[in-house]
Design a protein around this ligand. Structure first.
Ligand code: ADP
Ligand code: ASP
Ligand code: MG
Length: 818
């Protein structure tokens, strides 16, 4: 015979009750079935809320009405579905019990208190409705059945609302229990009786435990827990994408996982089934064909680490002070106080140097625990033998569980480095002496993120990048296009790159499930109402527990560049082709790097020099390897490389600039290029990278436009005025042509000085042939001499720049080698 338990999630409505009936009858025909039922979904919560409302003197009538409608609704539907359903008996049962409930509630409201024995009666009502519905269903189908009331058989001790069964006595009571094998036994879960015969409950979610008790009492061949998921996963499948179903767990593993928060199984369930070696199967009512998870003595070969659990809303107590020093029995006194208050402790750590003890209890027990401790240690506290008791609230415990962890090295290191990656602080840590679990105490608000990142590191080879793109001009839009095109193939390489936000200078579009880039995001952005701020994005990443957020600044804005420090301290990596941050003053430049280091975030800006060409990375590697920059020269601007190339061929300056502008090679305002400022910024970035301490104002610029040239007015005005310079450049270029020379706009670093200058070069010079948008950078260093290290390639346009930004974005995954 098997004991089958169906939880509230399997009993949400009439259709689910009928489904449960099908499963029960199938098992019953094959092996014989006894059934333990929870309350219909949500009913226990309603009963608890009714008690609270009555206790607070509030009007509970609307909620009572809602519950009554729910129960009557299920009964009516069942009666519609089954012709022989004894509707009258069920309605009488509902009416009588709801009338009794109302009487209790009136009393509670009057007295402003709900004593535990009354609460136990009220809270367990849902289970009694449930078993009566089910019995009526089976009877309507002619299936013999009998309801067992646990009050007559299951003896439990402890708190009225959180009792523990006495298995020996309960089993002996079942000795004389005889029933015919054709009968399906039906028992309400969650409820038992104490030695005085009063009704008690086994704690919230305790029907699983009832099933284990019944299985032990009836010597069942198996205990099956039917719920709303396919079995036990390595993390809560409703919280962690890609959680993996476990085929088998040992009793100990299941115990640790459930004790530390895996709600799928109540931790007390394991005791009875393990004691009597009863195999336990976790199955899905909504998908009965799935094999489920087997809990038994049999270990699984699936993986060393089985899963991650999460216990939220915990509080941590810390007791310390000179009184703790060497005082034998202090710890036992502390725990005795807590245990006498029937409060369960989830985790303990002790520091030997500071003579302190820390432990966690559930937040709901915090006040009571503190009062009990202060009372018990009043003398020590008043004599300063103990420091005032410290309580940290709003914490969570994240635990990694697995039998195979025992003899494995490096798992703890991996666990903590994953947390460090997600910038989650460990408030306290503990390892079970069985080495079957490692737990860390973290802030509640970071707990889900912690679970996600640990899951990512231990169980999935899927790595996530959570992108926010700021600025959707040429480079930003191109980048979004490239991401959209690559998302699927990255996923095939186990990288999930999602864009959660797109912002322009006015608004931000945010989507909790990520923005579908195939859709018309431009229109969605136009309709967005929120504006961009660090606080807004921080809130968003917290709310959605994003593990690896990256801000990609594709603007040229100084205002956005000034927010990088805030972004990094808020947990974002920053990737950008924007030169403004790196060319701000030296102290800001240094601060950016300090903050990146301190906050364990990446600040990546490869595309600020040479667009997509790998300049910064190579220069950094040389410097790390002990090289030193002796001299640098290069053509650093794709747009000017294009314009000067055209001058070689005899084109007028104004025409070459016009074509460059029309093709998008220049900045939207070509004065930014012709002023030499863009090159100066790139040069400054290179110089600082090479260790020079200098400011933008230290860079000498030979202007392309003479000083007296009028640069005022609109772009159109300027382009018209530019024609006035054509003759000057024409004359100079003709002269140069006759000498077989060309004009190049060159950035150089030499003897600690940076210069942007117009240089006349002949065909023996390496920059002679650099034109049509090409960039060339020659790095003369100690290692690279007499021939320089040359990086050369197309250095203009949105596509190569966006591709370079894309590459930086992928570099934000330090634990993944791409
Ligand atoms: P029931 O009403 O059947 O007792 P519960 O809601 O108590 O169901 O438990 C099932 C839920 O447990 C699942 O829906 C899931 O969200 C949660 N859960 C938490 N951790 C795990 C885990 N490791 N594996 C499976 N489910 C889990
Ligand atoms: N109905 C009870 C509860 O919701 C017991 C259970 O479902 O396991 O806590
Ligand atoms: Mg449950």
């Amino acid at each position: 015979m098997k004991v089958l338990k169906f939880g509230g999630s399997s009993l949400a409505d009439a259709a689910r009750y009928l489904r449960v009936k099908d499963i029960t009858l199938n098992v019953h025909q094959a092996a014989g079935a006894s059934v333990v039922l929870s309350a219909p979904k949500g009913v226990t919560n309603m009963l608890a809320a009714l008690c609270e409302q009555a206790e607070a003197g509030e009007d509970y009538a609307p909620l009572l009405q809602e519950m009554s409608e729910k129960l009557v609704g299920i009964a009516n539907e069942l009666s519609g579905a089954l012709s022989d359903f004894d509707s009258e008996a069920i309605h009488t049962f509902i009416d009588t019990h709801l009338a009794q409930l109302e009487e209790h509630l009136q009393g509670i409201k009057m007295l402003h208190v709900c004593p535990d024995p009354i609460a136990a009666k009220i809270m367990s009502l849902g289970e009694y409705f449930s078993v009566n519905f089910f019995s009526a269903i089976l009877s309507a189908l002619g299936q013999k059945n009998a309801i067992i009331d646990p009050v007559d058989y299951v003896l439990a001790e402890g708190e009225y609302l959180d009792s523990i069964a006495d298995l020996e006595i309960s089993r002996s009571r079942f000795q004389d229990f005889s029933y015919d094998a054709n009968t399906v036994l039906i028992m309400p879960g969650f409820v038992a009786a104490n030695a005085a015969g009063e009704k008690v409950t086994l704690g919230r979610n305790g029907s699983d435990y009832s099933a284990a008790i019944l299985a032990a009492c009836l010597d069942a061949q198996a205990c099956e827990i039917w719920t709303d998921v396919d079995g036990v996963y390595n993390a809560d499948p409703n919280q962690v994408d890609g959680a993996v179903l476990l085929d088998k767990l040992t009793y100990q593993e299941a115990m640790e996982l459930s004790y530390f928060g895996a709600k799928v199984l109540h931790p007390k369930t394991i005791g009875p089934i393990a004691q009597f070696s009863i195999p336990c199967l976790i199955k899905n009512t909504l998908n009965p064909e799935a094999p489920g998870t087997l809990i038994s003595h049999e270990p699984s070969s699936q993986s060393k680490v089985k899963g991650i659990s999460l216990l939220e809303n915990m509080s941590m107590f810390n007791l310390s002070g000179p009184g703790m020093k060497g005082m034998v029995g202090m710890a036992s006194r502390v725990f005795e106080v807590i245990s006498n208050a029937n409060i369960s402790i989830s985790l303990i750590t002790q520091s030997s140097s500071e003579y302190s003890i820390s432990f966690c209890v559930h937040g709901k027990d915090e006040e009571r625990a503190l009062a009990m401790l202060e009372d018990a240690f009043a003398l020590e506290l008043s004599n300063n033998f103990l420091e005032p008791i410290e309580v940290k609230k709003n914490l969570a415990i994240v635990t990694l569980v697995g039998d195979g962890m025992r003899h494995s090295k490096g798992l703890a290191a991996k666990f903590f480095s994953a947390l460090a990656q997600a910038r989650v602080n460990n408030v306290a840590i503990a390892q079970g002496s069985s080495e079957r679990s490692i737990s860390t105490v973290v802030e509640n608000r970071k707990a889900k993120k912690a679970v996600k990142v640990i899951h990512e590191n231990f169980f999935s080879n899927l790595h996530t990048i959570d992108a926010f793109v700021v600025g959707c001009g040429t480079v930003g839009a191109e980048l979004l296009g490239q991401i959209s095109k690559q998302q699927q193939s990255l996923l095939e390489r186990h990288i999930r790159l999602r864009v959660y936000g797109i912002a322009n200078s006015k608004k931000i579009l945010l989507k909790s499930e990520g923005i579908d880039l195939q859709e018309d995001w431009e229109s969605m952005l136009a309709e967005a109402t929120e504006s961009l701020s660090v606080a807004k994005l921080r809130e968003f990443t917290q709310e959605h527990s994003l593990v690896n957020p990256v801000v990609i600044d594709c603007t040229t804005s100084e205002v956005i560049a000034n927010t990088y420090i805030d972004f990094m301290t808020s947990g974002f990596h920053v990737v950008t082709p924007n030169k403004k941050a790196n060319t701000n003053n030296m102290s800001f430049y240094n601060k950016l790097r300090e903050v990146a280091q301190a906050s364990n975030r990446q600040f990546l800006y490869e595309t600020t020099v040479g667009a997509g060409l790998p300049v910064i990375d190579n220069l950094q590697k040389l410097i790390y390897a002990g090289d030193e920059l002796i001299q640098f020269e290069g053509i650093l601007s794709g747009s000017l490389s294009f314009i000067f190339g055209k001058l070689d061929d005899g084109m007028a300056l104004s025409e070459a600039t016009q074509i460059a502008l029309e093709n998008g090679y220049t900045e939207p305002d070509p004065r930014d290029d012709l002023s030499g400022m863009d090159i100066a910024r790139k040069l400054l970035i290179m110089a600082r990278e090479a260790g020079l301490d200098m400011e933008l104002t230290d860079i000498e610029i030979d202007p392309i436009l003479p000083e007296e040239f009028d640069v005022s007015g609109s772009v159109e005005d300027f382009m018209n005025n530019l024609k006035a310079l054509d003759a000057v450049y024409d004359a100079r270029l003709s002269q140069l042509r006759s000498e077989s020379k060309v004009l190049r706009y060159v950035g150089s670093i030499k003897d600690g000085k940076c210069r942007v200058s117009l240089v006349e070069v002949d065909d023996s010079h390496p920059l002679y042939g650099i034109k049509d948008g090409e960039n060339a950078l020659a790095i003369h260093s100690h290692y690279y001499q007499p021939l320089p290290f040359v990086i050369r390639g197309y250095g203009a346009g949105a596509a190569v720049t966006a591709a370079g930004v894309f590459a930086d974005v992928l570099r934000t995954m330090p634990w993944k080698h791409v």
